[in-house]
Design a protein around this ligand. Sequence first.
Ligand code: ADP
Length: 502
Amino acid sequence: MAQQSGREIPEMEEPTSPLKILLLSAEVVPFAKTGGLADVAGSLPKAIHTLGHDIRVAMPRYGRIRPEQFNLTRALDTFPVPMDNRTEPAELMQTTLDDNVPVYMIDSVRYFDRDGIYMYPDDAERFIFFCRGVLEAVKRLGWQPDIIHCHDWHTALVPNWLKTIYARDPFFAGAASVYTIHNLAYQGVFGYRVLEIAGIDEYGFVVHPDIVDLNEVVDFMGRGIYFADVINAVSETYAREILTPEFGEKLDPMLRDRSDRLFGVLNGIDLGEFDPATDSYLEANYSLESLDRRLGNKLSLQREAGLRQDPSVPVVGIIARLTDQKGLDLITPIIEALLQHLGAQFVLLGTGEQRYHDFFAGLADRFPDQAGIFLTFNASLARRIYAGSDLFLMPSRFEPCGLGQMIAMRYGSVPVVRAVGGLADTVRDYDPATGEGTGFVFEAYDPMALYTALVRALETYRHQDVWRELQVRCMRQDFSWETSARKYVELYARARAFHAQN
Ligand code: ADP
């Protein structure tokens, strides 16, 4: 297993004593969520805690996080956070995840007492304040982390600081950094001014001979990659893909330079939360032992979506942000053929780009009893689509990990996916000759390739005994966090070894 760069993590001795891990994320379930990052930051710490480590989570206290709702208590009196050539006051609040993982929240009226989470003109300054506040807070608490685990661009300056302004601070001397890339497409790119705010202007831009823009912008994601002791992406395939120009979002030359420190660790899903046997949003609960009951969910989904209620008509579901990443431009050319020639029903839940809203709203008008379109965000309806659809579509252009296909499989909806990123790592193509596989996988980014996969899927669906076996195999897949948490602990050991070398 001694491979590198985006493949398996080379084996290392497991840490003998519990590690102290500080995990920083801009969003954490159940406190604030806009995407998969929040799911990871809410679930991974619980799994790492179960392995015996002292992991603590830090995030901003956004205005929408009501102290009384989450039992927030004050952990520190107001303290100053260096920002630019001044200091800003911060408060530190505290609560827990599942009563045992401490969660620190940096509070500031100026930066976080707003309705939303992101998309403010001062986002760079807000997250600099958050991260710097966290480092200052743990110093005041006297809690010295062995590992600082950062996620996505919002927290990417921490590894940069550890190698610059905090490099000679004995408090952080033993702290190794791990930087997790959830989606390389969102890099957090700002101007020179943010270096002054972050107190690292004297070090200037990070330059790279093969990335021309870097000498005139501050790319937070790039800095996380450049300075972290260890980097990982959220699936092994994505960790390999981002080394190429096609997926590297212009940072592939830097990633290639650091490929000995780049690994892939697949996300898990919270099996307690996503369990068709107990999910209270469903019409009928079911499990492998009572799979027949699943039909109740299909019929109720057909009713909820205004489709003809018919157990024999295959229902194809999709739940996604309506952006190019999700492969919607592969769906639009073939969707009418799917409905008219292949006779399927289609249910879509998502929000995003206006052109897709317009397209799918038009589709619903033209095919009212075959296309159920929900252009909204609705977590309970999402569960009913996972439980009521026969097939689940994820034809992504790129997919760092993808949670949808894993949840779909857990709920017995068979995935139709493109072989990229985490989709390639979690779905095996169905082979009628051997009866093996867990879904329908296609390679080319081409509408006909998707259509062909759908034809194969719908042909297989006609043989209900074969289909049942396929569903059972999907539901038996292990997507628990425990496996991934163990890999992260290995990664932490790796980061400490790299840190010790520096
Ligand atoms: P990404 O993080 O790129 O958006 P993932 O597949 O990793 O994609 O995770 C998306 C998660 O958000 C899934 O759990 C999916 O069910 C959920 N989701 C996406 N869009 C919606 C929506 N409109 N309503 C409810 N849940 C949604």
